[in-house]
Ligand binder design. Structure first.
Ligand code: NAP
Length: 517
């Protein structure tokens, strides 16, 4: 095999080059996507029970092979053992939860408006609507969640759950893990007697392979987690196609947080301790890391910032996922430190050996500088946060309102003592983000029905959707309405008889009964 056709990871902890894996040539894409499109017309893929069995089977296989997978995860990501175990289990639970979501058919969101010859202002026909799968989905796995947002992660699980074949592009930092996980998914698909082309992995470390995938005629939607630059590039490629397709890109986010004077007085030390944990956990390589915190000026605020700086200075150097990410952060922090309106509170971060290590850092600026200089509102991916000091409520609100779309924000306030301020901040934060966290940090993302992991651009390219939780399936479905269709030509979920007891909106009312029962 020539060097051009293989791809290898580097252990971020030691810098050791790991084994080589075959890269997919872009010329292989048309065959894979054509097979995926053909699988859409295969009746086996329309069988909800088989799909649910495949998702559960994949979870069982991943758990059974847990020791080997966790070891590979650590060697290719540098993330610690506890994270490997927690993330693997989260991934399995996610696969199983999405299997449960489709079991009762509610994800189809069936709506039935029966014909009414007496309706005003005009008689109305029989209208029956539900969601159908969009077709093959290209999934771009994220490097910072090698299991949970990787090739068997939330995007793949959500797409397969609703009956969309997946062609997954593995992140090039973790080719061995991608291959091992993909083999389990493929085996689970075979065991559940789904068409083999319902899932495929492609690998590569050049933009060509990903671009070829997004351009492929048969691909109907793209799911992506990664940088703003990468997500935007794929979004633009998809829009430039002869038949544009949606791109659900979850990209960078600063996730600004506010700490009020009241909150500092009540629980300043606890806020400092949990904040430091949230920006050093996973070496700050989380799209939900609070990258900017607005802190009041004055003695209490000074003490709080000094406490944070002290805790960070005491931390060991942290291992980042790739040399590219570590170097990008070092350069970004050097640029920030050179500014007149920024003051490093811990020393400017430098590269540390062995592997891709870096010291955690925090810098200080004013809320006015934050509001006026876009460079201060850019995401710095890694163990860093900017503390922006405000002297008045006006200065604070102006800074909050300067932010573009965010995945999440956090508000630490004493609501009883500062009701009006808390109200204003809550409203201003809600307008620019997908999730507002009160008296906590956004770094943990629960996989539940109510979770929203998304937000206005540039946090994502699809502000109406979430990439985490049970409603993540919506991205890969589209509504179809059947008008005056005979019962035998309707999908099962829209017929009068409702043997699965699916919840449907019939003539405006939610019910799981059969019509005419
Ligand atoms: P990335 O550079 O955006 O890459 C993610 C995936 O997209 C990779 O498979 C990459 O493949 C592909 N890709 C990116 N640009 C492409 C293009 N123009 N054409 C075709 N494929 C493209 O993300 P990353 O490598 O994981 O991390 C880089 C930065 O992304 C980080 O420093 C951080 O700022 C951000 N990040 C954000 C999140 C988040 O949760 N939102 C997660 C991880 C990283 P190739 O590398 O082979 O091109």
């Amino acid at each position: 095999m020539t060097p051009e056709t293989t791809i290898s990871a580097t252990d971020p902890r030691s810098g050791e080059r790991l084994d080589a894996h075959p890269a997919t040539p872009p010329s292989a894409i048309p065959e894979l996507t054509a097979a995926a499109a053909a699988a859409c017309s295969d009746a086996r893929l329309h069988d909800t029970d088989r799909r649910a069995a495949a998702l559960r089977g994949a979870a069982a296989r991943l758990r059974a092979d847990g020791e080997r997978l966790r070891d590979r995860f650590q060697r290719e990501s540098g993330l610690p053992a506890a994270r490997a175990a927690g993330e693997l289990e989260r991934t399995c639970v996610q696969l199983e939860a999405l299997a449960d979501v489709v079991a009762d058919g509610a994800h189809l969101e069936p709506i039935i408006d029966r014909a009414d010859p007496d309706a005003a202002p005009a008689p109305r026909p029989d209208l029956r609507r539900m969601l159908v799968p969009v077709g093959p989905v290209a999934v771009f796995g994220a490097s910072n969640f090698p299991f949970a947002f990787g090739v068997a992660g939330g995007d793949t699980a959500a797409a397969l759950a609703v009956g969309c074949p997946v062609v997954a592009k593995g992140h090039p930092a973790q080719p061995g893990l991608n291959r091992a996980v993909a083999d389990h998914v493929a085996a689970a698909i075979e065991e559940a007697q789904l068409p083999a082309a319902a899932f495929a992995l492609v690998q590569g470390d050049t933009p060509e392979i990903g671009a070829a995938l997004v351009r492929a005629q048969e691909i109907a939607a793209v799911a992506f987690t990664g940088s703003t630059k990468g997500g935007r590039a794929l979004f633009d490629l998809a829009a430039a196609r002869e038949r544009p397709i949606p791109v659900f890109a979850e990209m960078g986010s600063v996730n600004p947080a506010v700490v009020t004077a009241g909150a500092l007085r009540r629980r300043g030390a606890e806020i400092a301790q949990t904040f430091v944990a949230s920006i050093t956990g996973a070496a700050g390589q989380l799209c939900t890391k609070p990258g900017v915190v607005l802190v009041p000026e004055g003695e209490e605020g000074d003490r709080w910032c000094a406490d944070v700086a002290e805790r960070l200075a005491a931390a060991q150097p942290l291992v980042m996922l790739t040399a590219r990410m570590r170097d990008a952060l070092v350069d970004q922090l050097a640029d920030l430190a050179a500014r007149d309106d920024v003051r490093p509170l811990t020393p400017s971060s430098a590269r540390q050996e062995p592997g891709f290590r870096i010291d955690a850092a925090t810098y200080e600026t004013s809320a006015t500088a934050l509001a006026t200089a876009p460079a201060l509102r850019e995401e710095c991916f890694g163990p860093f946060a900017l503390l922006a000091r405000y002297a008045s409520q006006d200065e604070l609100l102006t800074a909050v309102r300067a932010f573009d779309g965010q995945l999440a924000t956090a508000l630490h306030a004493d609501v009883a003592a500062e009701p009006e301020l808390a109200q204003q901040l809550s409203a201003a934060l809600e307008r620019r983000c997908g999730r507002v966290v009160f008296d906590g940090w956004p770094t943990g993302v629960a996989v539940t029905w109510a979770m929203q992991h998304g937000g206005p651009y540039p946090a994502t390219t699809a502000p109406g959707e979430t990439s985490v939780g049970m409603t993540a399936t919506r991205r890969f479905q589209r509504p179809v309405c059947w008008q005056d269709a005979p019962q035998e030509l309707l999908p099962q979920a829209l017929r009068d008889a409702n043997p699965r007891g699916t919840w449907r909106r019939v003539d405006g009312q939610l019910t799981n009964a059969s019509i005419g029962a």
